[in-house]
Design a binder for this molecule. Structure first.
Ligand SMILES: NC(=O)c1ccc[n+]([C@@H]2O[C@H](COP(=O)([O-])OP(=O)(O)OC[C@H]3O[C@@H](n4cnc5c(N)ncnc54)[C@H](OP(=O)(O)O)[C@@H]3O)[C@@H](O)[C@H]2O)c1
Length: 273
């Protein structure tokens, strides 16, 4: 079984560098996919209240027979719950059937609501109460990050952001490095659309790996955490089988050339307004 490396967080805890993302999975798909992923060595699951599959994640985790402490579970605070985070986390924990999550994220800053600082203050308290081992944010730009750090003195452990070869996020990674924030790449495969380039195919042929494995390996060698989503057992297997090869420096440079600063998802400055 593949051993996934752990990355150190700025709060003294760690996070497995690869996990299974479960957005857009029905509860049935989610139960089956999480169960399969846990069987083949995944120990990190990324869900959110918005995905409406927290119960399915909890059921698959419970029936896996794997000790709770060996599985890293992330969920996220919904955009309409910024002012109500303690109740929102309790609802998520009830659905997950857990007494704590490993990582709780503010899903989007929704700056027009002017509530993300209050949400961050609540997450700090929830962490101090032991209901979330680590806390972080998602889709926060530099100004959103600076605001919560200035107002609370606490930097998030993680910022989960859109990142894939055509949206490589060089500037954002610099900002994260300044504050020792671990970057988690969402849509790490560009939802499948970043797998077709000649560069990726050439590296895949030379290394005997698939395009998806090459793209995931690129994230890993940048020091990022990846949470590819798949409901296909063979792809779930494929996506974790990336720790037995390396991209060369030339491969990494060639992959960096694919950056088009092209977002697929919403812009955090306006999303959820
Ligand atoms: N924080 C946020 O705002 C946010 C936003 C978006 C996503 N996320 C998180 O990030 C996770 C991943 O993002 P995502 O689902 O948008 O995109 P993704 O992981 O980049 O791509 C998923 C797509 O790629 C396909 N795929 C998976 N493995 C493959 C492989 N080895 N070869 C070819 N195709 C493959 C999947 O198909 P099948 O499933 O049919 O196999 C699915 O269509 C989500 O599940 C969620 O946990 C977070």
């Amino acid at each position: 079984m593949t051993a996934v490396p752990a990355i150190a967080l700025n709060d003294g805890h760690t996070i497995p560098q690869l996990g299974l993302g479960v957005w857009r999975m029905t509860p049935e798909e989610c139960r089956a996919s999480v169960a399969h992923a846990l069987e083949v060595g995944y120990r990190h699951i990324d869900t959110a209240s918005f995905y409406e599959n927290e119960e399915a994640v909890g059921q698959a985790v419970a029936s896996s027979g794997i000790a709770r402490d060996e599985i890293f579970v992330t969920t996220k605070l919904g955009n309409d719950r910024h002012t109500d985070a303690p109740a929102a986390l309790r609802e998520s924990l009830d659905k997950l059937g857990l007494d704590r999550v490993d990582l709780y994220l503010i899903h989007w800053p929704v700056p027009s609501r002017q509530s993300f600082v209050q949400a961050w203050q609540s997450l700090i308290e929830l962490r101090d109460q032991g209901l979330a081992t680590s806390i972080g944010v998602s889709n926060f730009n530099e100004d959103h990050l600076l605001r919560i750090i200035e107002e609370t003195g606490v930097a998030p452990a993680v910022n989960q952001i859109e990142a894939h070869p055509s949206f490589a996020r060089f500037d954002q990674l610099q900002i994260h490095a300044t504050h020792q924030i671990v970057t988690e790449s969402w849509s790490p495969l560009g939802r499948g659309e970043d797998l077709d380039s000649d560069i990726v195919h050439t590296i895949a042929e030379r290394t005997g790996k698939t395009p998806a494995q090459v793209v995931l390996r690129w994230h890993i060698q940048r020091g990022l955490v990846v949470i590819p989503k798949s409901v296909t057992p063979a792809r779930i297997d494929e996506n974790i089988d990336i720790f037995d090869f390396e991209l060369t420096e030339a491969d990494m440079r060639a992959m960096h050339e694919l950056d088009k600063k092209k977002r697929m998802g919403p812009d955090p400055r306006v999303h959820g307004a």
